[in-house]
Design a protein. Structure first.
Lengths: 135, 135, 135, 135
């Protein structure tokens, strides 16, 4: 279970009229971290996330939002994949607010399933992805 | 437990490069439905969602994404609040794809907590909100 | 030059930490109105906005943001297409805040070009789109 | 006219069903670059972008979208402010696609006006912002 870390600043388009980050944006940022983790092991994102016959949609997500974040806050997201079955895996995310002291701002999980994009039959994970999940 | 229904078309800005709606957008659309449910019982949204001393952040969310949606799809979201404690409540959402036949496309839940925005101490739900949750 | 009207409520995910709608969201909402105008003349959006060999990217946009909008505001967007050349057209948008009295909140324009998606050579507008633009 | 540069990867949430970045997202990314330029001269973003009596809304924007961008593309945005009047300034953005060879993907401009947030009367630019604009 390798852990990859991605850092990011909270930007104005991430916020809402309550003055803090909109809850669904935590999940968008988690997805960015997942992308960066894949890029880090050499998976070409442009192809991976377009429909090339095999797709890996998110079947479930869950999130606990622990602390508000404002524009300018610096965060780090730790990403850890876990094999769940032949054709599914989960990704766990811990989103850390980095200052004034490091504290958890959100804990999230996404569950991914590998499908044939035409038939929507379940498929085994592609080799390059399996290598990351099972590392 | 009153149920409110909100209808909506999936638009191009809701989609991603896989050709379907981005997973975190389901939760944004759920929030729209929550807003419309509040407006329907006379709660003024402009004030409700700005910080007026009492805030109602989402502490948790969970979602099962059952079917992909494409630009132009017509959906209905059924919204049902449930009292959880003096200062918390949950909202359940069923998102229906309306054609060709009506099918569930997502099932979601958000958990809300009522806080004093300065001290972040828990507060009882405001009366107008409690009336909706407990109806 | 037919004008189509699309109505919409401003939602919380449209806003930012200044308490009002984020400027780029006006353009997203304009695009929703453009989609609805196309749907209204029978153009199937799911196919139209995916890459089917012919694409119609936006080459330019301009916008004047005249009034802030808050969560819960009701707006109407008037959409008017204009032929510009064999393979280009513009769409003009007037976004009206509907209450307390009707006032213009934004004026926008997008410029679209019709391309072969592989070669990126310019193409004549598809017949169904030309019918809308030239009506 | 100082130029600040901000680098960024295009992520999946930036894209739409045409497989490329959604046009309004170019402007969101431009705003991120503007934020980073302000942070770089020591302006605290959390306060700057919340309503503290003085607001700096964007009154106009214009953009030319020159090249599509896909998930995983690396970009650099060059940001240059220009004084326009006592209470207005513009910001110019050139968004560069960095590989395989560096090419302009978008050219944008935003026009900002300094207002009293209650009366909406025009105000002179705050000193710290004026220092950046006039540098």
């Amino acid at each position: 279970m390798p852990t990859f870390s991605y850092s990011r600043t909270i930007h104005f388009p991430d916020t809402d009229a309550a003055g803090v980050i909109f809850f669904a944006r935590y999940l968008s940022i988690a997805h960015e971290a997942y992308e960066e983790a894949l890029a880090d092991v050499g998976i070409p994102l442009g192809q991976f996330f377009s429909d090339q016959g095999v797709i890996l949609p998110i079947a479930k997500s869950e999130a606990s939002y622990l602390r508000p974040l404002v524009c300018g806050d610096r965060v780090r997201i730790d990403v850890t994949p876990t094999r769940f079955s032949d054709n599914t895996f989960t990704v766990d995310y811990v989103l850390w607010k980095l200052s004034p002291t490091e504290k958890r701002a959100a804990v999230m999980r996404t569950e991914h399933v590998c499908l044939d994009s035409s038939s929507r039959a379940r498929l085994a994970l592609p080799a390059e992805l399996a290598a990351w999940v099972d590392a």
